[in-house]
Structure formats: structure tokens, C-alpha cells
Design a protein around this ligand. Structure first.
Ligand code: ADP
Ligand code: GLC
Length: 507
């Protein structure tokens, strides 16, 4: 099965959140199941820099593990670029073939006018969306579709184009209106809250026919919706957990697309994400102070000491340390943490927040830290090594998300013996088993869940967690249950391969 995995980010080359982690790991898991999968990624400045610094031939597959940890896994297999012609208002580009994350072949779209700049993949350094995002991701979508057509400039032709989120959402529309389309398409929704809505005047520059601009197509309240294009035209729709697949078929989590998703329920599947168990492994993690496994959990204490020191918290081995690493946005329920903070530190417990996002939340968590010196601490920034130390050093991990399509940190936390405390929504509900007398007795308990996204419910769950923490046999059981769970990508990869086979057959 030949699959083109089109994505706007892929760790460790470029990552703003969970999509980066998924695209950095799932393709390799698909390859391990025998799929001939290749990644398609925009050539942002840092991606080009990372790939340019690689030497061809000098590194072999055996280097891979170490490379990943150091964040420089891409090894090029130098080949001259292939030209992709301009299309309507979308400029011409050059397609470079390299080795991407996990040693998976990767096509990088080199188009300096659209991608060669400082700042993030979606926004400039001040947090404003790039003004030309429609064209930047129109190009990504267009190339994804073109590679699935007879007119592709490459010899290699995918049977399935696997799109991810709105940034690749136009690909199924381009395929739908191509006269020589060969590939089927799949769209995975990682977050329905981001839809890629642009003015209707961009239809012609994007090279899409007026016929596509209808209620049954990509028109959304008079605008162009990249994500709706994919939901309307893709052969299959997946999202990143079974519960989220149900939640998005009604208000409020359908974000206006619940009707369309309900109509297409027969091709909609929820597949819980996996995690990269090589990168997130407490027994091998290069970013933590003391490595450990289920039988050496005592060593976790050294990581807690290091985290307390790093964050300026009191060095106290006994006090439970509660942490969160997250985008600081309304989705993630950061305001609930701020609201509950003074009660949490009063339990007593220590609180660590690491994240970036909305200015108001950044200031609010900084204010919490300032109010409770030694007991609460905040780091505003994106710090991957610190995220690993937090997983290893904290006693429990908070995820009070209002909605969470999959969530990854609750799985990292279980693997690190750091029971998560989560709002029972989406992928959090699907991957954390609440600690009750029954689930403790049958050995399934792995964390704490709460039903309402409120500060009180969050506090109540943290309180239950702290009570369990004070009972070492219970706590060890919770930690070991979580560490024993298989969160690897292999089960999810098998489900994707089934879906590819189904849509390819139909195409
Ligand atoms: P989302 O994609 O909605 O942000 P996920 O739970 O799927 O949520 O994934 C978030 C990923 O980004 C995790 O790997 C998490 O550790 C990481 N992350 C988020 N914020 C930060 C940060 N400030 N520093 C380091 N890593 C972060
Ligand atoms: C999105 C979701 C998150 C999910 C990630 C990867 O960013 O918010 O829940 O884990 O995508 O699928």
C-alpha cells in the first residue's frame, strides 16, 4: 500500500503540538506494518536548515535512535529537486526528497516565497497568523493531490493521500476535481476547532472551480473552509479517539460541522493516537536526571528534586507535585487550574505550569506563581527537554481540557508513572481509567477523571489523587498499572492500514 502522509508539522523537524508528535511517529509505524509511506511537509526555514545540515551516505539506519533524541534525525538521500508547476495563483515549487523523522522518506516542498521566513509554521513571531496562509497551505494541499494524479511529476504514485487537519484539507477537493486523479483520500481531524476559513475571493487564486463552492462542497457561511472541503470530499474521515468521533457529531464540539459529520458517519472512525515509545521512555530518556522503570520507581525522586530546583520550588520530597505542560488556551482549561490553584497549593501540594499561548493565561499563571513562592511555579515557553523532566519529576499530571480530541500527555504520564488527573472528554476519557475501589481491585486504575469542566470538579479530583498518593501501596499500583499499558502506535497503525485498503479498493 503506497500512502502519502501530508502534514503541516512533524517532530522533531517542526512541532507546535500533538500533530507534530503524531506525524513524527505514525508514518514509521505504518512503514513497520509494510506500508510504503512517504511524508509531505512544507519546507519552512527550520526544516530546510535541519535537512541541509545532513550528509548523505554518512549515516546508517543504526544511527536512528540516537538521532531522534538529539532532534536531528533527518538524513538526506540527496536527489535533485523535481519542479511542481504553478497552479492559478499558487506559485511553482521544488520538491526535494529526504529522509524524515523515523527514517521515513519525506518530500519537502521548497518554495521560499511562502515558507522561507522566521516565525512559526502558522504565525509570525508575535503570534499573528501569516496573511498568506491560504496560499501556503493551498500549496501543500495542491502538491498532495498532484502526487496522487497521473500528471504527478514523480514516478512514485500513492494509492492513498492521507491528509491531516485543515492545512491539508483542500487536497481531497483538488483530487475530486482533477480529471486524472488516481489516489483515494483520507482526512484525519486532530482538532475541529481549527478549520482554515478564508475569503471566497481566494477560490480562483487557489485554482478551484466555482462548482466546488456550494453547501455540499467547501462553502461555509459564505467563506472557503479548508477543513469542510476535506470532510465533504475525502473518501474516509478519521479522528483521534472514539469518544471524540461521537462528540463532534453534535453541538457544541461539532463547531458548526456536526451536521456534515453526522451525514458522513458511515465513513467516520475514531482511532486513539499512540505515542512514540522510543522518545517517551523513562528508562532511556536523555532529558531526565535519573532513568527508571516500573521496578525502580524510587529513582523518580531524583527527577522530582531536579524539577523542584529547576522551577524554584521548595525541596520537599514528601509534598505531592502536580504539573501541567500545555498550550495555554481556553481548550486546555487553564483558567480552571488558575481558579483552583490556591486550593491545590493549600492541600498542600506543589504546582508547576509549563506552556505558551494566550497572553491573558500566561499572565494569570505567572500571577499564581508570584502569589505562592516556593509552592507554585510557571515557565512561559516551549521547552521540549523540560516537558520530559516534568513527566518524570511530577507526581501527577493535570489535563482539565474542555475538549481533547486525543491528548498525548496523559499517555506520556502513564508511561512515566505519573498518574494523570483529567476531564473525562474525548481521548482523555478513552485512555485514563479512574481510580475507584473496583478499578483498583481489578488492576485497571491508572489515574483520576472528573465529569464537569469546572474548578471545583478539578480540585475534587486532585484531592482524591493526593489522598491516594498518601497511601503508598495504592499509589504504586496506579503507577505500575499505567506503566504496563501499551500506548505504542502499532494498534492504531493497523487500523489505518485497514482504512487505506478499504478506500483504495473503492477508488
Ligand atoms: P495539542 O496538540 O492540542 O496541543 P497534545 O496533548 O496532543 O495537545 O500534544 C501536545 C504536545 O505538545 C505534547 O507533546 C506536549 O508535551 C507538547 N507541549 C505543549 N506545550 C509545550 C511546551 N510549552 N513545552 C514543551 N512541550 C509542549
Ligand atoms: C490536536 C488535539 C490533541 C491531539 C493532537 C494529535 O492538537 O488538540 O488532542 O492529541 O491533535 O492528534
Amino acid at each position: 500500500m503506497r500512502v502519502l502522509f501530508a502534514t503541516s508539522e512533524a517532530a522533531p523537524l517542526v512541532k507546535t503540538g500533538g500533530l507534530g508528535d503524531v506525524a513524527g511517529a505514525l508514518p514509521a509505524a505504518l512503514a513497520a506494518r509494510g506500508a510504503d509511506v512517504r511524508v509531505l511537509l512544507p519546507g519552512y526555514r527550520p526544516v530546510m536548515a535541519a535537512l541541509a545540515g545532513t550528509h548523505h551516505g554518512a549515516h546508517h539506519r543504526a544511527d536512528r535512535g540516537a538521532d531522534r533524541g538529539a532532534g536531528t534525525s533527518a538524513r538526506s538521500r540527496m536527489q535533485p529537486g523535481v519542479t511542481v508547476p504553478a497552479h492559478a495563483g499558487i506559485p511553482a515549487a521544488c520538491l526535494l526528497e529526504r529522509r524524515g523523522p523515523g527514517d521515513v522518506p519525506c518530500y519537502v516542498i521548497d518554495c521560499p516565497a511562502l515558507y522561507d521566513r522566521d516565525g512559526g509554521p502558522y504565525q509570525d513571531a508575535t503570534g499573528i497568523d501569516w496573511r498568506d496562509n491560504a496560499m501556503r497551505f493551498g500549496l501543500l494541499s495542491r502538491v498532495a493531490a498532484l502526487l496522487g494524479c497521473a500528471s504527478s511529476p514523480l514516478d512514485w504514485r500513492p494509492e492513498v493521500v492521507h491528509c491531516n487537519d485543515w492545512q491539508t484539507g483542500l487536497a481531497p477537493a483538488y483530487l475530486r476535481y482533477a480529471t486524472d486523479a488516481r489516489a483515494a483520500s483520507v482526512i484525519t481531524i486532530h482538532n475541529l476547532a481549527f478549520q482554515g476559513i478564508f475569503p471566497p475571493g481566494l477560490l480562483a487564486p487557489l485554482g478551484l472551480p466555482p462548482a466546488s463552492f456550494t453547501v455540499g462542497g467547501l462553502e461555509y457561511h459564505g467563506s472557503i473552509s479548508f477543513l469542510k472541503a476535506a470532510l465533504a470530499f475525502a473518501d474516509a474521515i478519521t479522528t483521534v479517539s472514539p469518544t471524540y468521533a461521537r462528540e463532534i457529531q453534535s453541538e457544541p464540539l461539532g463547531f458548526g460541522l456536526q451536521g456534515l459529520l453526522g451525514q458522513r458517519a458511515d465513513v467516520l472512525t475514531g482511532i486513539q493516537n499512540g505515542i512514540d515509545t522510543g522518545v517517551w521512555d523513562p528508562a532511556r530518556d536523555p532529558h531526565i536526571v535519573a532513568r527508571y522503570g516500573p521496578d525502580s520507581l524510587d529513582r523518580k525522586a531524583a527527577n522530582k528534586r531536579a524539577l523542584q530546583k529547576r522551577m524554584g520550588l521548595a525541596a520537599d520530597a514528601a509534598v505531592p507535585l502536580v504539573a501541567i505542560v500545555s498550550r495555554l488556551t481556553e481548550q486546555k482549561g487553564i483558567d480552571l487550574v488558575v481558579e483552583a490553584a490556591r486550593w491545590i497549593v493549600g492541600l498542600p501540594a506543589q504546582l508547576v505550569v509549563v506552556g505558551t499561548g494566550a497572553r491573558e493565561y500566561e499572565s494569570a499563571v505567572q500571577a499564581v506563581a508570584a502569589r505562592h513562592p516556593g509552592r507554585a511555579a510557571a515557565l512561559i515557553g516551549f521547552d521540549e527537554p523540560l516537558a520530559h523532566l516534568v513527566e518524570a519529576g511530577a507526581d501527577m499530571f493535570l489535563m482539565p481540557s474542555r475538549f481533547e480530541p486525543s491528548g498525548l500527555n496523559q499517555m506520556y504520564s502513564q508511561r512515566y508513572g505519573t498518574p494523570p488527573v483529567v476531564h473525562a472528554t474525548g481521548g482523555l476519557a478513552d485512555s485514563v481509567v479512574d481510580c475507584t475501589p473496583a478499578t483498583l481491585a481489578d488492576g485497571t486504575a491508572t489515574g483520576f477523571t472528573f465529569a464537569a469542566a469546572t474548578g471545583i470538579a478539578l480540585l475534587d479530583a486532585v484531592d482524591r489523587a493526593v489522598t491516594a498518593y498518601r497511601d503508598p501501596p495504592t499509589w504504586r499500583a496506579l503507577q505500575r498499572n499505567g506503566m504496563a499499558r501499551d500506548f505504542s502506535w502499532s494498534a492504531a497503525a493497523a487500523r489505518y492500514v485497514e482504512i487505506y485498503a478499504r478506500v483504495a479498493r473503492r477508488a
